[in-house]
Design a binder for this molecule. Structure first.
Ligand SMILES: [Mg+2]
Length: 320
């Protein structure tokens, strides 16, 4: 296997884009970064393990994209502007073709958001990828989970359920039409972090979260932190339609991996949010309202009857 130094230099040492912000990137003992005055540093990290979070034969380009995308999504949910990332990767062997594709997927996304890769680590071992992202947000404008208030509207970007449907199809738990399957697979493998939306929600949204565990579980985190309840109209939830309504509900409510933003905002923000949806060419859909306690998500079907909320994906549910 090529030396660690050699691997980093060949695949992950790229010219910095952040200009004056990145004083020093890869190549010294540590990176040196400049945060703008008045800005809070926002940090998020995520780990992807082979056979657990992705399959052994997953396309490396998509993997490079996704490893960064899921972290950028967390920054988006905080209203932060991404600036830097570090990458730690364990590899069973230095497969050059694999590394080339992986790095291309990662850097294509990093370039789009002007994120500099400023450090990391490589080691030999079962394939595992950990990315840490760092971003900035004006201190008073970070979007937290705890800010939802009774009377606020609940909104969701894009649509949910596609990634869950793709996963179900790949495990032969669902059968999708070819066109639907292709849309769903794209959403699972190449999720789009809603960075621009997150930045624009500063001062508009009262709380936000990204959909990683599943819509119901993630909205549940907002309710817990904000100590409020919610009523959501399932029919208004924008979701992938596969022709199997039961599958659609399971994927939309508990599928996870969608990386859309769920956020709350006062009713006075409706006009601004509708205009923002047009400007970003990203659907923003109002799906319900925050209520006073108890902390509980009430899902209503088209007839106004309460539906059972499925449990979200639990990372430890099937761990032995
Ligand atoms: Mg998150």
């Amino acid at each position: 296997m090529a030396s660690e130094f050699e691997l980093i230099r060949r695949f992950f040492d790229r010219p910095v884009q952040g200009g004056a912000r990145t004083l020093l990137g890869v190549g010294d003992d540590a990176a040196l970064l400049r945060v703008d005055p008045g800005m809070a540093l926002v940090v998020s990290t995520d780990m992807l393990l082979v056979d657990r979070h992705f399959s052994r034969d997953a396309p490396p380009r998509a993997l490079g994209h996704k490893a960064l995308a899921v972290n950028l999504s967390d920054l988006a949910a905080m209203g932060a502007t991404p600036r830097w990332a570090t990458l730690s990767i364990a590899l069973p062997a230095a497969d050059e073709a694999w590394l080339t594709e992986f790095a291309e997927g990662l850097f294509a996304l990093a370039r789009r958001f002007e994120v500099d890769l400023v450090g990391g680590d490589t080691t030999r071992g079962p394939l595992a990828i950990s990315v840490t992202v760092l971003g900035e947000v004006p201190e008073a404008y970070a979007l937290l989970r705890g800010g939802a208030r009774p009377g606020d509207d609940i909104w969701v970007s894009g649509m949910v359920g596609a990634a869950g449907a793709a996963l179900a199809a790949s495990q032969n738990r669902a059968r999708l039409e070819p066109q639907t399957a292709s849309i769903a697979r794209g959403r699972l493998e190449m999720p789009e972090p809603r960075v621009a939306l997150g930045e624009r929600l500063r001062g508009l949204a009262s709380a936000a979260i990204d959909v990683s565990d599943g819509f119901a579980a993630d909205l549940g985190h907002v309710l817990e932190r904000s100590e409020v309840g919610a009523v959501v109209h399932y029919e208004s939830l924008p979701r992938l339609r596969t022709g199997d309504a039961e599958l659609d509900a399971r994927c939309a409510l508990a599928g996870g991996d969608d990386y859309e933003l769920v956020f709350t905002a006062g009713q006075e923000a409706r006009g601004a949010l509708e205009a923002l949806a047009c400007e970003l060419a990203l659907p923003l859909t109002r799906i319900g309202a925050i209520q006073a306690r108890p902390v509980r998500l009430v899902l209503l079907d088209a007839g106004g009857l309460e539906m059972a909320a499925p449990a979200g994906y639990d990372h430890f549910a099937d761990a032995s």
